[in-house]
Design a protein around this ligand. Structure first.
Ligand code: UDX
Length: 439
């Protein structure tokens, strides 16, 4: 099939590369000319395991091209995928500007029947909205169908998730068009599910809201565990082994971040409010998450008292491991709060420092975790990168001015850390008499 991907972010680029890998001819277009120039040279603007290899293979095989020309992409393809961003507006509503502009551009360039597939996360009703915009903008009476096909890939795991989906959701008014799209996905396996466009659009928001609520639920239970001497890891295992609940997304920590959960939960709440429906559970999940990420600050205040002049080492800037993405990451909120209280911050992250430098000034960027820990009065582990799981605690302790270790992702063994002389705090386990862990 001849496919066009409109928008080369995480979703678009990964989808385009994977579909080219499966033998389709794919043109990826983007209005960002610099990005297209880089991609033409094989330079990927995001960090995503396995993507570079697949991209090179498809470029060499001439199944994958990049262009900044909208009309070139549209006129040379049968199926067009909309994969542009749908960021948050300041009031939490979703900003559909990019989707609407793409719909207008498609209408302007269409030279025959096309299937238009929306993969961007959009509220219910957007398939109809896009259909209306294209109808209005068409200069000929060319036919077309707009399908809703939400994307569920996780950053850092994008290639594997795309190639091996749990399910493919296709929301369509026209089954003929839906069958064409299902044929494109068939080689990937996974259950293909046909729904109305409205249900497909809702499935994406409901999935993200459910997962966000699951994380906030276990974080709330974790906070209670601390008070009553239970251990949230044991609780999560015991709860998750119930097949109705399942183990995934029951890891307590500093809460969720990233480009999807925070934005999509806010958008869903606003959308529901607009329909006179208050989503109390989702609102609570958001509130719990906002409080959870700042738990280390209370711990710092408990132990250090005044923060002014204190050096705090923050390990991890990306919102999760294996990505350089810092969107809505807990680290930024934690660092900004420390600075507000007068503390100095030293940071290290294996991949996210270039992105952080664009938005975060007046922190000391270090070359590794040990350099970041030197002279620190406290260390906060925010992102559970593999290399942060294998640090040498004895070496860290020697380097630090005061061995306060706030383990925001429950990576280390509490008893061993306390035995080594750390003032150690983690999430959802008895607090061992914090501050100072007096036994
Ligand atoms: C998510 C969804 O998983 C994906 O289906 C959707 O398409 C986009 O949003 P992503 O944002 O890439 O993907 O990250 P994910 O791996 O789902 O993690 C989201 C956040 O939840 C991270 O901040 C992570 O640290 C946090 N998390 C996840 C927890 O705190 N505990 C968990 O048990 C799982």
């Amino acid at each position: 099939m001849r496919l066009c991907i409109i928008g080369t972010g995480y979703v678009g680029l990964t989808t385009g590369v994977c579909l080219a890998h499966l033998g389709n001819h794919v043109i990826c277009i983007d209005r960002d000319a610099d990005r297209i120039e880089q991609l033409k040279k094989g330079i990927i603007p995001i960090h995503e395991d396995g993507l570079a290899e697949l991209m090179e293979e498809s470029m060499v095989g001439e199944r994958l091209e990049f262009s900044k020309s909208f009309s070139y992409g549209v006129t040379n393809s049968d199926v067009l995928f909309i994969t542009v961003g749908t960021p948050s507006l300041s009031d939490g509503d979703v900003d559909l500007t990019a989707v609407k502009e793409v719909a207008q551009d498609i209408a302007r360039c269409m030279d025959g029947y096309k299937i238009i597939v929306n993969k961007s996360t959009v509220p219910v009703g957007t398939q109809k909205l896009v259909t209306g915009i294209i109808e209005k903008g068409l200069s000929s009476d060319t036919g077309f169908d707009v399908l809703s096909n939400p994307e569920f890939l996780r950053e850092g795991n994008a290639v594997v998730d795309t190639m091996h989906p749990d399910r493919v959701v296709i929301g369509a008014d026209n089954m003929e068009a839906a069958k064409v799209l299902s044929g494109i996905y068939a080689p990937m396996g996974g259950r293909i599910m046909f729904t109305s466009p409205e249900s497909a659009e809702m499935i994406k928001y409901a999935s993200n809201a459910f997962l966000a609520a699951k994380i906030s639920f276990i974080n709330e239970i974790a906070n209670l565990c601390e008070k009553v001497g239970a251990d949230v890891s044991e609780v999560a295992l015991g709860v998750g082994l119930d097949s109705r609940i399942a183990m995934d997304f029951l890891k307590a920590g500093l809460g969720y971040g990233g480009s999807c959960f925070p934005k999509d939960t806010r958008a869903l709440v606003r959308f529901a409010d607009g329909h006179g429906c208050s989503l109390k559970l989702v609102k609570s999940a958001i509130e719990i998450n906002e409080m959870q990420r700042l738990r280390p600050i209370q711990k710092l205040k408990d132990s250090l008292g005044q923060m002014a002049g204190k050096i705090i080492c923050v390990l991890g800037l990306s919102f999760k491991p294996n990505t350089d993405d810092i969107r809505e990451t807990p680290s930024l909120d934690i660092i900004r709060e420390i600075k507000k209280l007068g503390g100095r911050v030293k940071v290290y992250d294996p991949k996210a420092m270039p992105n952080a430098r664009k938005v975060l000034e007046e922190v000391e960027y270090c070359t590794d975790a040990y350099q970041a820990a030197r002279d620190a009065h406290a260390l906060i582990l925010v992102t559970e990168w593999e290399q942060f799981k294998k640090l040498d605690p004895v070496k860290l302790k020697k380097l630090m001015k005061r061995p306060i270790f706030i383990d925001g992702r429950n990576v280390y063994d509490a008893d061993s850390m306390i035995e080594l002389g750390f003032e150690y705090y983690c999430i959802g386990k008895k607090d061992y008499g914090w501050p100072g862990n007096a036994k």
